[in-house]
Design a protein around this ligand. Structure first.
Ligand code: SF4
Length: 258
């Protein structure tokens, strides 16, 4: 079985689903968001990045499922006490070798560990279908509703992302929507209203909203990978509060971050 690369195993995460979690970041993504703060997550292959001290370091490591489960079980007590578990993230986990991902999720379920998926939605729905029996919920990113702008800033239109979100809702999945907030691009009340109207029109059931403010933490990594990216604007505190108030008024549990 082809083994995907993982570029980070983040323990004690409280931002990637309920409770205390370990998040596995799989390497490889079909999108190219201009603001991506993990550029090392985009290529499916192992690559090399310059460390801050100027050394070349490999990004991406392969693990057998047994190795991973053994590692993840070490924190099972924290998952149990906090209602947490493991989140499979990326890159884009739903575009990895799904034999591997399904087997991993199944094994985690067998040992009593809950699994959430963090996805950008740009994947075949067959992949979602396969994983659903072993997954408690989905953290689903919606970036831009305008398909042309989506293609411009992200490299692909949003057709499949929106279709998959509708289908996941029809399949009664637990979905938390994650909305990256970039000033001047997608954080205005008009943008929130557009998303809300689309959810209503398509009867998409969302359990909670997370507003993720754009940040510049990953910028130095582009230089260390010998790449370039554009700079965007962080939303103001007032804009974030206003977006939060918008969703609260519409009846959604909403948090900034997470
Ligand atoms: S979907 Fe996520 S990992 Fe992929 S390019 Fe966009 S921000 Fe980066």
């Amino acid at each position: 079985m082809e083994i995907p690369y993982i570029f980070n195993i983040q323990k004690f995460s409280v931002h990637d689903g309920p409770g205390i979690r370990t998040t596995l970041f799989f390497k490889g993504c079909p999108l190219r968001c201009n603001w991506c703060h993990n550029p090392e997550s985009q290529s499916y292959a192992q690559e090399f990045i310059l460390t801050k001290s100027g050394k070349s370091e490999a990004v991406g490591k392969q693990y057998t499922i047994a190795q991973l489960v053994k590692e993840l079980e070490k924190d099972q007590i924290f998952y149990e006490q906090s209602g947490g578990g493991v989140t499979l993230s990326g890159g884009e986990v739903m575009t990895q070798n799904m034999d591997y991902i399904e087997a991993l999720a199944k094994k985690l379920n067998q040992v009593g560990i809950s699994v959430w998926i963090d996805t950008c939605g740009e994947a075949s729905y067959d992949a979602f279908k396969r994983i659903q029996p072993y997954v408690e919920g989905f953290l689903y990113d919606l970036k831009l509703m305008d398909s042309k702008a989506h293609e411009h800033y992200i490299g692909k239109d949003n057709h499949r992302i929106l279709e998959n979100l509708k289908q996941l809702s029809r399949d009664n999945a637990h979905i938390r929507l994650r909305l990256i907030q970039i000033d001047g691009l997608n954080s205005s009340e008009t943008s929130m209203l557009e998303i809300y109207k689309w959810l209503q029109l398509n009867q998409v059931r969302i359990e909670a909203i997370n507003l993720l403010p754009y940040h510049e933490f990953g910028r130095d990594k582009y230089a260390r990978l010998n790449r370039q990216n554009d700079l965007f604007c962080k939303p103001t505190a007032e804009a974030l509060e206003s977006a939060q108030a918008f969703w609260r008024l519409k009846g959604y549990p909403v948090a900034i971050g997470g």
